[in-house]
Unconditional design. Structure first.
Length: 342
């Protein structure tokens, strides 16, 4: 089987509860596109389960987390009844790991050492070893993308460097071995495609100079998708702003307020209505209402999901993609001399 539509692909790592930043940065763009244009594109939404223990996790909960992430795609509105939409688990498609090894051998040690996420995440590990898996993580991510010739990859701003690496390794392999891979679109073009002027980076509510992240020390600045609407409301009302007393959208001077404006508008609210106001209270209330409403609706969708439907789609996608990726892997194996050219 050959697949001919341009591929849009994203992965949601299953290593902890997901938060509003994950939802707005990675989940919403692909779901919006899938709903609007699934006929024109192939949509691959997957759980990169092999990525999930690049940093230490509780392995007893991994199965549950994987299931949870798959449900998140559905609750966010991914139309799994569409034949152009695929959902799958990375470890069920062995070509991901095999391609990673091959790409590893064309990747520079220095190149991976420069990845800021590796530096940040490795520094955050205090009482455990920093694994080679964490170091190698961008190569597995590149394999995830190149195996399917994906062109558009909606991810948050923190993954930009990994996307650039993916483009580099694709170009390197193509120039050495001929046209093996479709090179993903340049990052600026991707932003345009997803209607953004830059990569999205929802900030921590307590410290808006930092991104909202599931590994943050305190959960006060992070809205988890499992928070009750009341918990979320309290977190937003307690969000750090500034002493400037004027609502303006400007991350350089007013990161806290700008973050609230972004959250409001991404959830469908009208941020323009608040620009120029001299009090922050009304903006915080409006954001609280929007987020509370969003969470209540999202959680009721999660609860209503029929797991049997997901399982059926999952197995069907994995079966199909196993074959498609084997063809791609074979082409690469031939190029590097592991299989005869015929
Ligand atoms: P975390 O930093 O919370 O561990 P991950 O690294 O697992 O999150 O990211 C999962 C996806 O969500 C990635 O596409 C990532 O770019 C996106 N993402 C994570 N945090 C944010 C954020 N604060 N704003 C926008 N997108 C984000
Ligand atoms: N690295 C991504 C993250 O930490 C998850 C991921 C793995 C991914 N493989 C991918 C995202 C391929 C997009 C495409 O969030």
């Amino acid at each position: 089987m050959t697949m001919t539509k341009p591929v849009i692909l994203t992965g949601l790592r299953a290593n902890n509860d997901l938060h509003l930043g994950n939802y707005l940065g990675a989940l919403l763009p692909i779901v919006d596109l899938a709903r609007a244009k699934a006929g024109e594109y192939q949509i691959n939404a997957f759980v990169p389960d092999l990525h999930s223990f690049t940093t230490p996790i509780d392995h007893n909960t991994l199965q549950e987390q994987i299931k949870q992430n798959l449900k998140l795609f559905i609750a966010a509105g991914l139309p799994i009844d569409n034949d152009n939409v695929f959902i799958y688990r990375q470890s069920y498609i062995p070509a991901h790991s095999e391609l990673t090894w091959i790409l590893d051998c064309f990747t520079g040690f220095g190149e991976l050492s420069r990845m800021t996420q590796f530096k940040d995440k490795s520094q955050a590990i205090i009482d455990d070893r920093v694994s080679v898996g964490l170091f190698n993580y961008p190569v597995l991510m590149a394999a995830d993308i190149l195996l399917y010739d994906a062109e558009y990859i909606p991810v948050g701003d923190d993954q930009t460097q990994h996307l650039e690496f993916t483009r580099d390794i694709a170009e390197r392999m193509n120039s050495k071995f001929g046209d093996l891979f479709v090179v993903p679109k340049p990052v600026a073009e991707q932003h345009q495609f997803f209607n953004k002027d830059q990569g999205l980076r929802i900030r921590n509510l307590q410290d808006p100079t930092k991104k909202m992240s599931k590994s943050d020390d305190s959960s006060k600045g992070v809205i988890f998708l499992t928070d009750t609407p009341e918990e979320a409301r309290n977190k937003i009302m307690g969000a750090t702003t500034d002493g400037l007393s004027e609502v303006q959208y400007d991350y350089a001077v007013r990161p806290g307020v700008s973050n609230l404006l972004d959250i409001l508008s991404l959830l469908g609210g009208d941020k323009q209505a608040f620009i120029g106001q001299t009090q922050y209270g009304p903006l915080k209330s409006a954001v609280s209402d929007k987020v509370a409403e969003f969470l209540a609706e999202f959680q009721s969708k999660m609860a209503a999901i029929n797991e049997r439907d997901i399982w059926h789609k999952l197995e069907e996608s994995e079966f199909l993609l196993r074959n498609v990726t084997l063809q791609k892997l074979y082409k690469v194996q031939q190029a590097v001399g592991l299989r005869s050219q015929k």
